[in-house]
Design a binder for this molecule. Sequence first.
Ligand code: ATP
Ligand code: FE2
Length: 328
Amino acid sequence: MICAGIETTAHTFGVGICDENGNILANVRDTYKPKAGWGIVPMQARKHHEDVAESVMGQALSEAGISERDIDALAVSQGPGLPPCLYAGMNYSAELSAKLKKPLMGVNHCVAHIEIGRLMTKLKDPVTLYVSGANTQIIAYTAGRYRIFGETQDIGIGNALDKFGRAAGLQFPHGPKIEELAAKGRWTGMPYVVKGMDLSFSGIVTEAAKKLNSGEPLNDVCFSLQESMFSMVTEVIERALAHTGKSEVLLTGGVAANKRLQEMIGIMCSERGAKSAAVPLEYSGDNGAMIAWTGILAHKNGQKPLGSEPEVLPRWRTDESEIPWMQR
Ligand code: ATP
Ligand code: FE2
């Protein structure tokens, strides 16, 4: 079975193609870039996605060496995300599904980040740290669903890094630049905000910007900012491991690329006899392959395809999606 997955929740229009054994045959994307200093303008992102859809699909088909008639099923990220972006993907996918007379599976974007991570790292039943621009969640499978054990109460770590990067006048993308600067910094103190199992980052960003304005070296502020935020998530992951009795940690989402974050979680895991792994860079940000693979899992496990007038689900939470393939 060959499935084509379409991702359009935010800035990326992605098409991935994979088979039922988890071989990724193609993974092509085109990303909308807002003008300097701006965030995503949703209607512009939608237009971008509509404009590039045909050509990205064409490239993916040729990379996979197949024609559209070889597609057995389609999958689309139904949510969560920005409504105009979601509609661009849903309209395109629904039309293609009607034209090819193939089923269209609705996939939860966050679940897809976890599934591509499990596929790539071969971890079986991990506690997952999903750290992207907008999201910071600590997730684990129990009783039929991926449950959220802890999450940010305000912004995600990626957005926190980007916000500080903008305040410091750094070049984009801010996360990798801060990582580079932090490598030459030392600890000068930073707030640490864990509330039960939840986290809060926006006050830390304000404090980091204040420290910079009061003349503290940029390297030190970057180091302290990273150390504090990464220790906070490591603490919550450790408690999720202790509570669930699981022995694996998966890092996924754009911030999972950070080597210091990987190292901290690696140390905590080795002290507990647990294993940790990060999803490879190509699959850590938004991509179509993760939607295609999750579409295969959903299809094989009896999820009903979307009907003729499918809805988008802009606020669809990770724990609102049934995960029958993890049952044993
Ligand atoms: P989502 O919609 O799932 O929240 P997103 O599109 O906002 O995802 P991703 O593409 O998963 O986010 O990740 C982008 C974020 O990752 C940015 O905020 C960027 O600064 C951050 N990032 C990328 N590389 C690194 C790094 N090496 N260290 C820290 N942060 C990083
Ligand atoms: Fe994402």
